[in-house]
Design a protein around this ligand. Structure first.
Ligand code: GLA
Length: 623
């Protein structure tokens, strides 16, 4: 039997194509998997998701491929895919119908498994829709047994959304992988939400039995390349199945570089005794690490926050043995260096640094250095501000004659010298330069501060460059101001974008419905969906905040959320949990002296489905 010794790699139609599957698409995808280099990089399964079947079984009770979408049938398609030295996957549900309403395999396990085997299918994704509340273990066992009885090795992917802890029984019923969560979407908040649900599951995976945090969204357009790198790095660290979900026929170079990074794929495919696990985190930055079978450790330093941040850990904390030097390879840049113990990285917004670290080597390499740039997240328009640049030396050899140069953004100039020098930065030390920038003409709505570092070390001269962006803001005008009329520094939202003066949306985000809580309509406010944060600059100019908060009527009584007002990272006021149909409550906060306010909505404790949250008449009083 197939054991899926390493996490399965391939492609699945759902994330990009939904129900638009066809023989043409599958063949072209198989072709592209070969021509793009994906097959050579290890991807082998071409998986058809929902919507491939006809609405009716045939007279013999068998599933029939849709004759328009798959005119040549599945056997011919499997032959085609196999001819490319690839494997074909298919989909059904452990229910009466699939999620999209096609016939599914509950109580038809033997017939359907036999069809799959007869067609030459290599992989079955087995979903959980329309399951009639019958016990999951029984439903998945029945299909596993039916597949086994065919004699054809077919990987069984249990898609049970983590509802009945499939990590505890998925392997024993005969599955090779099991979804641990609901569906991924093409957004970084979805990636983080899924990531958080993987904590503690590391002990349940191993060769032939993998936790599945859902398929990849890399290349689908909803995230930045930095976010896709973070998504891919973390999935690799978790030994997740790597099922790309993008259009392989039209991949950008950036997408190819992510999906086909050999060093990162190798992390995913390596079983060092445990899937990667969370080591430490402070809310904004996190450290995840995974032991590798050659004694090295791969570590991911992750910035979950909306501004640049530095993250650090040590070789001991990530489980490396004690030795006096370690070799470090940055798996995204390829750069190698040497550290004595500290591991550090400056991370852009939603950035990751993925490092593989080997004990007892690397003394001849340049030291691991980190250049960090410190600028406030918001700079006030036409006001001077201060920038810090720090270079850390975590290796065994000094940095000689270092210099730090600040490149001023448009609209500001450096007071004094832009380049600052010193003689040496010793091992295990940092050196900081400070610059004052003063207004000089007009700049834009955001600014980009760049610091360049230069020094000599083993192997010659080294240079690096880091930049951070800050928003240029003006405090709110004096008087009573609607928060929905102010610029947002940043927003995060559970479903679609945060909306100004309309609710989150009933049928789709952005459908422009007025806010309404327990029958009362509101003309102004902020329409959100948990988990959500709206960041607004007050510049110390306001004294009070007030809003009527509650769940929007568009949820038809569903949903539960809590509202929190945070000022300069301190909680100022919190609502009780608000449920659907419940009258709005008034939430007020004293914001005297606060520079940045965060309006946060969290799930009320029952998952974030239907968590449409209104900050109605959100009002600031400013002077
Ligand atoms: C469920 C699954 C998804 C996808 C769809 C298809 O939502 O979790 O991965 O297969 O069904 O309808």
């Amino acid at each position: 039997m197939t054991t899926a010794k390493t996490p399965p790699m391939g492609w699945n139609s759902w994330n990009k194509f939904g129900c638009n599957v066809s023989e043409t698409l599958i063949k072209a995808t198989a072709d592209a998997m070969v021509s793009s280099g994906m097959r050579a990089a290890g991807y082998q399964y071409v998986n058809i998701d929902d919507c491939w079947m006809s609405h009716d079984r045939n007279a013999a009770g068998q599933l029939v491929p849709d004759p328009v979408k798959f005119p040549d049938g599945m056997k011919a398609l499997a032959d085609y895919v196999h001819g490319k030295k690839l494997k074909l996957g298919i989909y059904s549900s452990a229910g009466t119908q699939t999620c999209a309403g096609y016939p599914a395999s509950l109580d038809h396990e033997t017939t359907d498994a036999q069809s799959f085997a007869d067609w030459g299918i290599d992989y079955l994704k087995y979903d959980n829709c329309n399951n009639e509340n019958r016990p999951a273990i029984e439903r998945y066992t029945a299909m596993a047994n039916a597949l086994k009885a065919t004699g054809r090795p077919i990987v069984l992917s249990i898609c049970e959304w983590g509802q009945n802890k499939p990590w505890e029984w998925g392997a024993s019923v005969g599955g090779q992988l099991w979804r641990t969560t609901g569906d991924i979407t093409d957004s970084f908040s979805s990636v983080l939400g899924i990531l958080d649900q993987q904590v503690g599951l590391e002990k349940f995976s191993g060769p032939g039995a993998w936790n599945d945090p859902d398929m990849l969204e890399v290349g689908n357009g909803g995230m930045t390349d930095a976010e896709y790198r973070a998504h891919f790095s973390l999935w690799a660290l978790l030994n997740a199945p790597l099922l790309s979900g993008n259009d392989l026929r039209t991949m950008s170079d950036a997408t190819k570089k992510i999906l086909m990074n050999k060093d990162v794929v190798a992390v995913d495919q390596d079983w060092g005794g445990q899937q990667g696990a969370l080591v430490s985190g402070n809310g904004t930055t996190q450290v995840w690490a995974k032991p590798m079978s050659d004694g090295s450790v791969t570590v991911a330093l992750l910035n979950r926050g909306p501004v640049s941040a530095m993250a650090a850990t040590t070789t001991a904390a990530i489980g490396l043995p004690d030795t006096d030097s370690y070799r470090v390879k940055d798996l995204w840049t390829g750069k190698e260096s040497q550290t004595d113990a500290m591991i550090r990285a400056e991370l852009g917004v939603h950035g990751v640094s993925l490092l593989r670290i080997w004990p007892k080597s690397g003394r001849t390499l340049a030291p691991l250095t980190t250049l960090s740039v410190g600028v406030d997240e918001v700079v006030e328009k036409d006001q001077p501000f201060t920038t810090l640049g720090t270079v850390y030396n975590d290796g065994s050899t000094p940095l000689i004659r270092p210099s730090l140069t600040l490149v001023a953004p448009a609209g500001w100039k450096v007071q004094g010298s832009a380049t600052v020098r010193t003689d040496v930065v010793q091992p295990h030390r940092g050196w900081t330069a400070t610059w004052k920038l003063v207004p000089d003409g007009t700049g834009g709505a955001s600014l980009d501060v760049r610091v360049d570092s230069r020094y000599f070390t083993i192997g010659g001269g080294q240079q690096s460059s880091e930049h951070v962006t800050a928003l240029v803001a003006v405090p709110p005008p004096a008087g009573s101001v609607q928060a929905s009329s102010l610029p947002f520094i940043s927003t995060g939202n559970g479903w679609g974008p945060v909306e100004r003066n309309t609710s989150n949306g009933e049928n789709q985000p952005g459908d422009g419905l007025p806010m309404s809580i327990a029958g009362v309509k509101y003309a102004t406010g902020i329409g959100a969906h948990a988990p959500s944060t709206v960041r607004i600059y007050l510049g110390g100019k306001c004294t009070s905040f007030s809003a009527m908060v509650g769940v929007d009527d568009e949820t038809h009584g569903n949903g539960s959320v809590a509202f929190t007002v945070v000022g300069d990272n301190k909680s100022l006021a919190q609502s009780p949990v608000q449920r659907g149909n419940q009258a709005a409550v008034s939430l007020t906060a004293n914001v005297t002296g606060v520079h940045i306010i965060d309006l946060q909505v969290s799930d009320g404790g029952d998952g974030n489905t239907w968590d449409h949250a209104d900050w109605a008449v959100a009002t600031l009083t400013c002077s």
